[in-house]
Write a protein that binds this ligand. Structure first.
Ligand SMILES: Cc1cc2nc3c(=O)[nH]c(=O)nc-3n(C[C@H](O)[C@H](O)[C@H](O)COP(=O)(O)O)c2cc1C
Length: 167
């Protein structure tokens, strides 16, 4: 079976689209799941997890993830698992809570599972985000509203990084 499960929660489709683009770059080694319709048992066998969520409210987690994360964090057996997180946001309209979905997921899981996929805070324009710690993002932020032309390069670099960190 495939080793990588990409779990996304989306309200407008952006995170789903990015999840599928990430899948393509793993050369058939990844499956994609919508957390709005998912049981923990379905994904328990996978070893590596890529979790993608948009930010809503002001710094809130996308609503399907908001429902699924408590179950995922308590019912999953995280033994020998590794995860990475990506987050969709709007760095112009929500500049003071940019891509904070990454932080919310990271904060919930950081004591339970190995988390990789941190990225340098270089090339982003925003005022503030809880998802940046010591100059590094806790995952990969993407802005399809204002910086869609940057996404391809960011995704490609991140997947290359994950291919080394997922080991
Ligand atoms: C009501 C609302 C609140 C939002 N709040 C934030 C926010 O706090 N921070 C942020 O970076 N983006 C915020 N966004 C922007 C979305 O995260 C962004 O448009 C994202 O691409 C949506 O992805 P989706 O289509 O997968 O849901 C908000 C969008 C809406 C509609």
């Amino acid at each position: 079976m495939k080793k990588i499960a990409i779990l996304y929660g989306t309200s407008g489709g952006n995170t789903e689209s990015i999840a599928n683009r990430i899948k393509e770059k793993f050369d058939g080694d990844a499956d994609v799941f919508d957390v709005g319709n998912l049981s923990v048992a379905e994904v328990q066998p996978y070893k590596y997890f890529i979790l993608g969520a948009s930010t809503t409210g002001i710094g809130d987690l996308q609503e399907d993830w908001d429902s699924f994360l408590p179950t995922f964090s308590t019912k999953m057996d995280f033994t020998d698992k590794t995860i990475a997180i990506f987050g969709l946001g709007d760095s112009a309209s929500f500049s003071s809570s940019y891509a904070e979905s990454i932080y919310v997921i990271h904060d919930q899981l950081k004591d339970k599972v190995k988390i990789v996929g941190e990225t340098p805070d270089v090339g982003y324009t925003y005022d503030d985000s809880l998802a940046v710690v010591n100059g590094k993002w806790l995952g990969l932020p993407l802005d399809e509203d204002n910086e869609y032309d940057e996404s391809e390069k960011r995704i490609t670099q991140w997947v290359e990084q994950l291919k080394e960190e997922f080991a």
